[in-house]
Write a protein that binds this ligand. Sequence first.
Ligand code: PAF
Length: 280
Amino acid sequence: MQKITTVSEMQALAGSLRAQGKTIGLVPTMGALHDGHLSLIKLAAQKADVVVVSVFVNPAQFGPSEDFNKYPRDLERDAGLCEKTGAHILFAPTNEEMYPKSYSTYVTEERVAKPLEGASRPTHFRGVTTVIAKLFNVTRPTFAVFGQKDAQQAAVIMKMTADMNFQVGIVVAPTVREEGGLAMSSRNRYLTNTQRAESLAISGALAHAKGMVANGERRVDRLVAEVTHLLGEKRRIRIIYVSIVDSRTMEPAREVIPGESLMVIAVWVDEVRLIDNMIF
Ligand code: PAF
C-alpha cells in the first residue's frame, strides 16, 4: 500500500491510473477506522482495480463547539487496517494541504442538506460537500463508497454529485452494527459502559418501528410517537429528532412507503451525539 500526503502526488498518480484504464474506488474517511469503515473498503475492493482510502479529519465540517480537537486520530493504526483490508493507496493530507491559508471556496447543497442534521449543525454539510468535491478532483474516483449510517450525508453527496455533474458513482453500503445493535461510529468510543447500554435503545426502537411497519402500520405520527416513548424511558437519552422522511430528499413523509421511507434518529446520550436510521 502506498501512502500519499500531498494533493499534487495524489493527482498525478490518479491521472496515470485513469490513463491506464484502471477503475478507482474511493473510500473517504476521517480515520479512527472501525468495522463499518472496513466493510466499505472491502466493498470497494470487490468493485475497483485500485482502492483509495482517504483519512482526513475535515475541520470544515465541525461546528465551533464540536469535537474537532478531541476527534480520535491514529494514522498508524488506520494505515495497518487499510492495508490488511485491501486498500492500495492511503491518502492522508494535512489541513494545510487541503485548506491552504488563502482557501476561500465552498460547495453547498441547499435542499437535502437543510433539515435534520442540517438544522442542528448548520455548517456541517457545507464542510462535507466541500471536502468530498475536493477529494473527487484529487483522487479521480470511478465510484466512492459511503455508509448508510450517515443516510443524510449519503443523500446530500448523491445530490451534489448529480448537480455538479461529477462523473463518480455513489455506492451506499449497509450500516454495520455492534453486538446488541448499536450502529458503529468513531464517536462510540466516547461512551461509558452505562451510556453504551442506554444507547442500545436507539437501534432497539428502530427495530421495533420496523416490526410495526412489517405488521402494516403506515401512520408516521404513530411510529414517531412509539419510538419517542421508547427512547424517553432512558434516563441519559435526550431526543434531538425522530422523523420519517423520504430517503432521497429527506423531506418529511406523509405516510410510510416501504422501500422509500427512512426513519432517522439523533439523540444526545449525555454529552455524546449519536445518529442512526432504518429504511422501512
Ligand atoms: O463520514 C465521514 O467520515 C465524513 O463526513 C466524510 C464523508 C469522510 C467527509 O469528511
